[in-house]
Design a protein around this ligand. Structure first.
Ligand code: SAH
Ligand code: SF4
Length: 430
C-alpha cells in the first residue's frame, strides 16, 4: 500500500487560531493526509499565524525560513499559511515557496482551492471514511469571529474583519459531536465573546448558546473567553450563575488603570467602572477566578498614568495578568506614536509583574488546606503519578494521585502548596 503523505500544523497566537488549526487538521485528514510527529518530516506544513504583537510575527517568519530551507534542499514540504498575517499583507509576493494561503476572515472560501492543490500534489489519495472531530478532553468552539471595537493599539479588527456569529443550532450539533468524540470541557471563543449574536436575525446572546449545550449529558464544563469589560452585564452573570456547568472564570482584560489612557485606547470604560464590574461578578461568585491582560508603554503613557495601572491592580486583585509591552501594529490607530522608550517599557513591565506575582501568590496560598475540583489535562512531565489539571476557576494544578487518571477525569484535590502561577495538591483519599 502507498504511504500516506503527512501534515504538520504549527500554531501561533490565540485560542481561536488553535481552534482553526484543529479544523484544518480535520480537513487535511479528510483529504487523505495523516498527522506527522514534527514539522521536520512532514510533507505539508500549515502555519497558522498571529500578528497581534511584533514578537509573534517575528517567530512566524523565522519558522517560515526553516521550512523554506528544507524545501529548497528536499523539494518538500508544501507550505501553507493561514491566520492573521495573510489578511494584512500578500505573503506570496516574492515568496514562491509559499504554496497556498488561507485567510482568517473567511477560512471556508479557500478550502476548495486547497483541496484541489492537494489532489494535484498527491494524486490518487483515497479518502478515509471517518472525518469525525479529534478526541481531546478540552475542546474549543469559535462562536463569533472578528471585532469592531477598534482599540487604538490593535490590528485584530483589520485582519479579522467585522463580527460574524455562528448559527447557534449548527454550533450545538458541532459541540455535541465533539462531546461524543470525548470532549468533557468546551471553551466558547471570541475576540469579544459577549458580542455573540448581536449580528444575527433573530438576535441571540451567548446565554442562548450556553443554554442550548448545557444539558449535553457527557459535558462537564463550559468556559467562555474573552470578555470585553464594557460588555459584562449583570443579566449575563446572573444568567450563568444558575448553570452548574459554567465555570466561574472570567478573562476580562483591563489594559490600563488610567482613565486618560483608557480613553485614548477607546476601551469604553473607566477604571472605576472596571472595578464595579468585577465587584458585581464577585457578588454572584465570591471565589470567581478573574484574569486580565494589560499593556505597558501605550503611546503617551506617563509615569503617573502607569501608577494608576498599579493602583488598579492593587485594588482589583485578580488571579493572573497577561502583561505586554506596547508594540506598534500596522493599520492600527496608534501605529506611528510609539514614544515610550523600550527600557522604560521593560521597567514598567517588571514592576507590574512583581506586584501581580505577590497578589497571585497570596490568592493561591489562601487556597491551601481547601478542596478544589480539578479536571485532568495531562500527565506531568515528571511522571510518577503526577498530573496537570485546571480548577473551575482556571488555576493550573499540579497534583499527585495513586490511581491512574485520564484526561477529562474530574477529581477533588486537597491543596497543599502554591506559587504565583498555580497550586499543588493531592487527590483526597487516593
Ligand atoms: N480581544 C481581546 C484581545 C485580543 S489580543 C480583548 O479585547 O481583550 C490579546 C491581548 O494582546 C490584548 O488584550 C492586549 O493586552 C494585547 N495586545 C493587543 N495589541 C497589542 C499591541 N499592539 N501591543 C501590545 N499588546 C497588545
Ligand atoms: Fe483588539 Fe480591542 Fe477588538 Fe480586543 S476588543 S480584538 S483589543 S480591537
Amino acid at each position: 500500500m502507498k504511504k500516506r503523505p503527512t501534515f504538520f500544523i504549527k500554531t501561533f497566537g490565540c485560542q481561536m487560531n488553535r481552534d482553526d488549526s484543529s479544523e484544518m487538521g480535520r480537513l487535511l485528514r479528510g483529504l487523505g493526509l495523516r498527522p506527522a510527529e514534527s514539522d521536520a518530516d512532514a510533507d505539508l506544513v500549515h502555519i497558522n499565524t498571529c500578528c497581534v504583537r511584533q514578537k509573534a510575527e517575528d517567530k512566524f517568519f523565522s519558522f517560515l525560513g526553516v521550512q523554506r530551507i528544507r524545501k529548497e534542499k528536499h523539494g518538500r514540504p508544501i507550505i501553507g499559511v493561514g491566520g492573521c498575517i495573510p489578511e494584512k499583507e500578500d505573503l506570496r509576493a516574492g515568496r514562491q515557496f509559499v504554496d497556498y494561503v488561507v485567510g482568517a476572515k473567511h477560512p471556508q472560501v479557500y478550502m476548495a482551492e486547497l483541496a484541489a492543490l492537494i489532489q494535484s500534489e498527491f494524486p490518487g489519495l483515497d479518502v478515509p471514511e471517518s472525518m469525525g472531530p479529534e478526541a481531546t478532553a478540552s475542546a474549543y468552539q469559535t462562536v463569533i469571529r472578528g471585532c469592531t471595537n477598534f482599540c487604538a493599539y490593535c490590528v485584530v479588527p483589520y485582519v479579522r474583519g467585522p463580527e460574524i456569529s455562528e448559527d447557534p443550532f449548527k454550533m450545538r450539533d458541532e459541540i455535541a459531536a465533539k462531546v461524543e468524540a470525548g470532549a468533557r470541557e468546551i471553551t466558547l471563543l471570541g475576540q469579544n465573546v459577549l458580542a455573540y449574536g448581536y449580528d444575527l436575525k433573530p438576535r441571540r446572546t451567548l446565554l442562548d448558546v450556553i443554554e442550548l449545550i448545557h444539558d449535553l449529558p457527557q459535558l462537564r464544563r463550559i468556559r467562555f473567553v474573552t470578555s470585553h469589560p464594557a460588555w459584562v452585564k449583570e443579566e449575563f452573570v446572573a444568567g450563568i450563575a444558575g448553570m452548574e456547568k459554567v465555570c466561574e472564570h472570567f478573562h476580562v482584560p483591563f489594559q490600563s488603570g488610567d482613565d486618560d489612557v483608557l480613553e485614548r485606547m477607546h476601551r469604553g470604560y473607566t477604571a472605576a467602572e472596571y472595578m464595579e464590574m468585577i465587584d458585581m461578578i464577585r457578588e454572584y461568585y465570591p471565589g470567581a477566578g478573574i484574569t486580565a491582560d494589560a499593556i505597558v508603554g501605550f503611546p503617551g503613557e506617563t509615569r503617573a498614568n502607569f501608577d494608576n495601572t498599579l493602583k488598579l491592580i492593587d485594588r482589583v486583585r485578580v488571579d493572573n495578568i497577561y502583561s505586554f509591552k506596547y508594540s506598534p501594529r500596522p493599520l492600527s490607530e496608534s501605529r506611528d506614536h510609539d514614544d515610550v522608550p523600550d527600557a522604560e517599557k521593560k521597567k514598567r513591565l517588571a514592576e507590574l509583574n512583581e506586584l501581580e506575582d505577590g497578589i497571585s501568590r497570596g490568592i493561591n496560598e489562601s487556597l491551601i488546606g481547601t478542596d478544589v475540583e480539578v479536571m485532568i489535562e495531562s500527565r506531568s512531565n515528571s511522571g510518577g503519578g503526577r498530573y496537570y489539571g485546571r480548577t473551575r476557576t482556571s488555576k493550573l494544578t499540579d497534583l499527585a494521585c495513586t490511581r491512574e487518571l485520564r484526561a477529562g477525569d474530574t477529581v477533588t484535590v486537597r491543596v497543599t502548596g502554591a506559587t504565583p502561577h498555580g497550586i499543588q495538591g493531592e487527590v483526597a483519599g487516593a
